[in-house]
Design a protein around this ligand. Sequence first.
Ligand code: FAD
Ligand code: NAD
Length: 476
Amino acid sequence: MSDKKFDVVVIGGGPAGYPAAIRAAQLGLTAACIDDYKNEEGVRAFGGTCLNIGCIPSKALLESSELYHRAHTEFEAHGIRGGAGVGIDVAAMQTRKRGIVKQLTSGVDVMFKAAGVTGFKGRGKLLAGNRVEVTTDAGVETLAANHVVLATGSTPIELPIAKFDGKRIVDSTGALAFTSVPKRLGVIGAGVIGLELGSVWRRLGSEVVVLEALETFLPAADQQVAKEAMRQFKRQGLDIRMGAKVTGASVQSDVVKVRFESGGTAQELEVDALVVAVGRRPVTAGLFAPDVKVPLDKRGFIEVDAHCRTGVPNVWAVGDVVRGPMLAHKGMEEGVMAAELIAGHVSEVNYRTIPSVIYTAPEIAWVGQTEEEVKATGRPYKVGTFGFGANGRAKAMQQAVGFVKLIADQEHDDVLGVHIIGPMAGELIGEAVLAMEFSASAEDIQRTVHAHPTLSESLHEASLAADKRSIHGINR
Ligand code: FAD
Ligand code: NAD
């Protein structure tokens, strides 16, 4: 039997892979996408980490736990009675989460059908000559491809000193699936996952201790924002211990004993469950036939150029399996770029304007350079900040914490970075991303009319403050 032929075969159906296949089909190419993910019920689903066990389920639980928390802490201020008595049904919360995941992952099948992408639910392996072996429940077949896009994503890093047992020592997937609220929850790693999932369970009543090896909190964030975040998280009762190096963890009957070093002394922590969230590593195991030599870097990522080309002709790689931040939207843009380049179009990703968002409360979001990074370049700059404490909408929302900080070039006025901690920061950052994509100056934002009363006025005021002309804030 001859091989089925496609212009583009994508291995991996996460947020980097499935948009690559859809965009290729939109541009008139024949496209296939192969994905091997199987959920806990044994059901195969497209959507990758993001839709199945990442962005979407975590945000579903963040929303539920935030509502519960606000009922307890904010309803009274609104004059709504009964908040303190509101209870949580973890099973119902998890059912809602699974429902959202199911809707969105089955939506990928619908999008494939509409675009004319052939989906294969199974395992893909790159063979020599740009052929791809596909193993599904129906058997093994080989596809012939003009181009192959590798989008196999990433998986949680396991620490040899705290091996996952799937019950008490878990990765992010396990922490998204707890069926009851652990009384005491330990988290290794104060990164994005540690903070988001630590927040979910703390809001629902867990005593959460986060152990972080580094001394600097959120080193990639602007340190003024990181400082404010630490202050807010501590106030909420998240016990974050910096400079705490975990040396071991073991399950002893119903508890986990975690050993760590802090300030030169050996310490121990007893918890009911432990989440290990110390980063993710690229997935390439079993992806290549022995005679296929796609270069990997020292850390195991597939090496690519700025356009996501690997060293092998017509083989591309996108998303978490290549360099750069492990973010769904970064992978998505790379997938689209690869498809457009394959179709002969001009395309690129602007890596300078990829936003980062941490979906805690308050949310944290940024784009561009931090003040520390700008300072290190020696470039003269100005800073404008505006606190949500003076924003009418934030007050009305009972969420007037945090601030917007805008950094612009002192002389040329171009916006170099925007850093937000506060309500809906992840939504607000969109305006700053657009501004930077259009090479806006602080003055461009100053001259843009912002609706009143909205949270977005805080970005407007921060841009004004950069020139000491904020109306509602303090001009330093
Ligand atoms: P993945 O989503 O990992 O998809 C790769 C797919 O390829 C998987 O389905 C995998 O099973 C499949 N695969 C691997 N090898 C093969 C093979 N040989 N054959 C067939 N299929 C294969 N990012 C954000 O931007 N915002 C967030 O809010 C956010 N929240 C997150 C929360 C959590 C708990 C986690 C774990 C991650 C979160 N991320 C978030 C990160 C985001 O999920 C990833 O950056 C994104 O999913 C990467 O997309 P990808 O397509 O490169 O890889
Ligand atoms: P991370 O890199 O964000 O944080 C891991 C943290 O663990 C680091 O601070 C690191 O210093 C610490 N650490 C490592 N080894 C340790 C040890 N032995 N003891 C104590 N601390 C240790 O990784 P993550 O939180 O696992 O997230 C993985 C990826 O998923 C990230 O790259 C992130 O971009 C992505 N993600 C994004 C979002 C979002 O965009 N909102 C949400 C979740 C995950």
